[in-house]
Design a protein around this ligand. Structure first.
Ligand code: ZN
Length: 242
């Protein structure tokens, strides 16, 4: 089974359209999404519709739950809070109900886990940046592999046979006896210095994991954000992938 796993679309229709075109070309068996369909970008409803068509399973992100009134947005920074409130006002009742109903965790056939933030406490929206944080999170799930998003920084932590944990770059092979925590980056607002959207392709038959970067119409997405009256920084950062 070949999977495409995406995350953090953030209402960026131009980026999602380009990513889905690339996914159609790669032609995986299933597309999975780690949440944050909305927030920051100017096309939340369109992104929910487009993702719903293409994605088999989506777990909830903090912006999805924030827009649906389920996450405490006092802890969001001011731009994110502004964007979440704007997003909630744009969405139909049906779209808000869809976001509210997204699960926090999905386990795919007992083989791997999907969660937006952390496996240890998926509704707390913590980040995994360091190998110490990663080591602690490996204790919190039983499957060999867990896919995460939330930081918008693609990367892989690998736990070796002796329990040591380290980074594995962004191409690797899932090997027997080892475990993996794979951050699939972001479609709509990358923050790892590469402004292109990121898709993770996981081929279970070969164990290959690869991050595929997809260029998109950044200027078009920026124009919509400015036109919607959202904070201009949300448009500018897309140019730099920050
Ligand atoms: Zn996000």
């Amino acid at each position: 089974m070949k999977y495409a796993i995406i995350s953090d679309i953030h209402g960026n229709l131009e980026a999602l359209g380009a990513a889905l075109a690339e996914i159609r070309r790669i032609s995986p068996d299933k597309v999975l999404c780690l949440g944050d369909l909305v927030g920051y970008g100017a096309s939340p409803g369109e992104c929910i519709e487009m993702a719903r068509q293409a994605v088999r399973v989506t777990v909830a992100g903090n912006h999805d739950h924030g827009a649906a009134g389920l996450a405490d947005i006092r802890y969001f920074n001011s731009y994110a809070r502004h964007a979440v409130m704007w997003t909630a006002a744009q969405l139909s009742r049906e779209h808000l109900a869809y976001l509210a109903a997204l699960p926090l965790v999905h386990v795919e056939g007992a083989r791997f886990r999907l969660v937006h933030a952390t496996p240890s406490d998926p509704g707390q929206w913590n980040y995994i940046f360091t190998r110490e944080q990663a080591r602690a999170e490996f204790e919190a799930f039983d499957e060999q592999v867990c896919f995460v998003g939330h930081s918008h920084q693609a990367g892989i932590f690998e736990m070796m046979e002796d329990g040591t944990v380290g980074p594995a770059g962004d191409h690797t092979k899932v090997l027997q006896g080892r475990r993996y925590m794979i951050n699939v980056g972001s479609i709509g607002q990358p923050r790892d210095g590469d402004p292109r959207g990121c898709i993770c392709i996981y081929d279970e038959a070969t164990g290959e994991v690869a991050m595929v970067r997809v260029a998109y119409d950044v200027a078009g997405a920026q124009k919509r954000i400015i036109g919607a009256g959202l904070p201009p920084i949300l448009a500018h950062r897309l140019s730099y992938g920050e």
